[in-house]
Structure formats: C-alpha cells, structure tokens
Write a protein that binds this ligand. Structure first.
Ligand code: ADP
Length: 396
C-alpha cells in the first residue's frame, strides 16, 4: 500500500527522521543527523536493522536533507511508496490549533511564531523549506507541539501580569508535548472507551518534562508555559522558580539576562542539583551507589512532578486516570513509585509489583484494584501521530 510518510523532527543542531508505513504502524527507516552547524556533523541511517553512519560534507539542515534525498534515490522501492512528509513544529502560537497542510501562507505564519520559540521554529522552517526544494511533488504537513493545548480556557492560560502583554505580544501559557498528550489520550481511549469522557492526568517525563490535564479528550491545563522552561524541574531546566532569582543571579555574578536564562535552561534541574548528570539512569545508578546528591536531585524531581500533577488536577471535573510516559515515565520504577507516594493524598494507590514488572513496549496498568484512579504506563509515539495527521490531511 502506498502510504509511506517521511517524518521530520528538525531541531536547532539535530534532525531526526523516520519513514513510517501501514498507517504509521511499521517503521521502515529511522535516523538522526547530529552536530548540525559544526564541522563534524554526521548522519545515521537504520534500515532493515542495519545501521550506517556517515560524516556530512555540508553540515547544515539542507545538507542533512540532501543526504536523506540521495538515500531515497538509492532505494526506489521505498521512494515509490512515499506519499507525504510530516514535520514536527514546536510553536504554533495562537494561529494553529490543529495540524495543517503546509503552503506559502503556513510558512509565513510558522515564521511569525519564531519570536515565541527562537531556537526551534527557525530550524523547523529550514527543514520544511529544504524538503520543499528536494521533494517538490510531495505534500507536507506541520504538526504543532502547542496545538493540543489551544483548548485551554483563559483562566488557565493567562499569566497574572498586565493584560497588554497578552494583547500586544500574545504572552500566555501555550504548553508543549501536545502531540504526545494527544497520542496518550487516544491510546487510553482504545484501551477503555469510558476514559474519553473522564479526567486524565498525563506525566510526560523525559529530558524535557511536563504534565497535562485532559478532560473529555481535550487539554484543560498543562505545566509548561510560554516556553518549555516553565513547570516542573527537568533534566537541565529549572522549571518554575521565583522570577526574582534572575535578578540576584545577574547582580551577584555580573551576568546578562541571556546568560542567566542559559543557566536556567541548560545548567539547572537534575544536573544543577546533582552536579553529576541530567540523565535519570545515571543518577539512579549513583543513588544506588550511595550518592546523596543524586538522590536529592531525583527526589526533588519526583516532588515537583507530584506537585504539578496535583495542581493540574484542580482543572478536572474528576481525577480518574494517571498515565506515565516519556523516557523517565516509561522506565523509572523509582520515579513512578515516589510520585505516586506523594499523590496518596489524592487517592492514588500503586501496585508495587506491577510497577516493577512491566511488559515493555505496551500499556501497563500499575494501580491497585481497590484504587479510585487507574495508574498506567503507556509508551508515547509522537512519530505515529505525525504520520497519521499527514495521511489524514493529504488524503482528504
Ligand atoms: P527527551 O525529552 O530528550 O525526548 P526522553 O523521553 O528520551 O527525553 O527521556 C530521556 C530520559 O529517560 C533520560 O533522563 C534517561 O535517563 C531516562 N531513562 C531512559 N531509560 C531509563 C531507565 N531504564 N531508567 C531510568 N531512566 C531512564
């Protein structure tokens, strides 16, 4: 069946790609171009379980996509089935509340959202424009991280700052990880249809981490804000802090605002507290070996996650389902256990044995039967959502 979709996730210095088939169920090709913008940019392809790596002669987004195009030229059996390209786009502002076919106007609108995501949207646009040149006959679709949260009410998305900042600059909460939340909401709906009318909290815990409250399959609250720096503590991001800290940091170390923000984005979170790593696995190993600071960092992460879940739960009509996803949410027995311990006050009861003995790659129920809420671990699949949105839009 001709339904192969090329999925592109174009970041500031990397470009992930995949070809999905059978309505996104089969992964035909996957790969990543890394260190773009440097002299040692490289690209990896994984096809038929075989991995190959190449240095990129031109280490730009265009260079990476040109190399991907020549891979397709060498694999006509794959190329002849390709019907479209789906792009992950980080920020859709208030303009995009769903995925769209990319035309000239959409590119202008995505570029206009760059002021809200200066590191991400320009890279996304570079990927889109390069694909337009290299694959001129293939329709392209943009899938936005922010779109799922456009259902938030004003009472949730406004910051309590003077209104003209919202009116003139559209400064507000947008929320991210929306494609993951939409996937989880649908996956839960397939497992149990009644969840489509229930109150759900999803904790997407990876290097970037956020939580989302979903009521009747719509986002009603989320922890990330104008940017992905807001909300809970993350791998290297501080999450929400007292804004006055910026002023003290700037004065005490004579730093510019941008330098201080860099500290909050790149040197804080698990890394900042542990002074060891931003990686949950590394910290768990260190904690088991007796490193007190690794334990402190992890326990803070769990506490922040639980607090953000409890906060988001106030936007639900009822709290019926809790789902863990993302690299940490899907894999860390310790984090899930600590988060659920803090949420006992809301009725959460974890089945420790189920939490420890998960079957990988599928949905697992890890709450006690007697509990008010079901607690799940569900692997997320953003690429699948991008492929499905692309197919649905180009075939309509
Ligand atoms: P990103 O936000 O970059 O997409 P991921 O969702 O890939 O992040 O999650 C990366 C995080 O998942 C890392 O902190 C990593 O240590 C953690 N992780 C992956 N596997 C495990 C595991 N088995 N145990 C604990 N943490 C894990």
């Amino acid at each position: 069946m001709n339904d192969f979709i090329l999925v592109i996730n174009s970041g500031s210095s990397s470009l992930k790609f995949a070809v999905l088939a059978k309505r996104g169920q089969d992964v035909i090709l996957e790969g990543i171009a890394q260190r773009l913008g440097s002299s040692n940019a490289s690209i990896d392809f994984k096809f038929n379980k075989i991995k190959e790596s190449h240095l990129l002669e031109i280490g730009s987004h265009q260079g990476a996509l040109t190399r991907i195009k020549s891979w397709f030229d060498q694999h006509p059996d794959v190329t002849q089935n390709l019907i479209g390209i789906g792009h992950r786009v980080v920020h859709g502002g208030e303009t995009f509340s769903r995925s769209v076919i990319i035309d000239d106007n959409a590119i202008i609108e995505i570029e206009a959202c760059s002021s809200l995501a200066p590191l991400h949207n320009p890279a996304n646009v570079k990927g889109i424009k390069a694909c337009h040149t290299l694959f001129p006959t293939l329709p392209q679709v943009a899938v936005f991280d922010t779109a799922f949260h456009q259902s938030l009410q004003q009472v949730q998305y406004l910051y309590p700052i003077p209104m003209h900042f919202y009116r003139e600059q559209t400064l507000r909460k947008y929320g991210f990880h929306g494609t993951s939340y939409r996937y989880i909401s649908q996956a839960l709906g397939h497992l149990d249809r009644k969840t489509l009318l229930q109150g759900i909290i999803v904790a997407h815990l990876g290097n970037g981490a956020s939580v989302c409250a979903i009521q009747n399959a719509e986002s009603v609250d989320t922890s990330m804000g104008l940017t992905p720096l807001d909300g809970l503590m993350m791998g290297t991001r501080s999450g929400s802090i007292d804004p006055m800290i910026l002023s003290f940091m700037a004065k005490s170390e004579e730093k510019s605002l941008d330098e201080c923000l860099n500290i909050l984005n790149k040197e804080s979170g698990l890394l900042g507290i542990s002074e060891l790593s931003n990686d949950c696995r590394t910290l768990e190993d260190a904690m088991k070996a007796g490193d007190e600071r690794a334990k402190l960092a992890l326990d803070m992460f769990c506490s922040h996650t639980a607090k953000n879940i409890a906060s988001c739960a106030t936007s639900l009509n009822s709290f019926d389902q809790l789902v863990f996803t993302g690299g940490i949410g899907e894999n860390s027995v310790y984090v899930r256990s600590q988060v659920c311990k803090s949420l006992a006050i809301l009725g959460i009861k974890l089945d420790q044995q189920a939490n420890t003995n998960l079957t990988r790659g599928q949905a697992n129920l890890i709450s006690k039967e007697s509990a008010e809420q079901s607690v799940w671990v569900i692997p997320t699949n953003e690429e699948l959502m991008i492929a499905l949105d692309t197919i649905n839009l180009i075939q309509n």
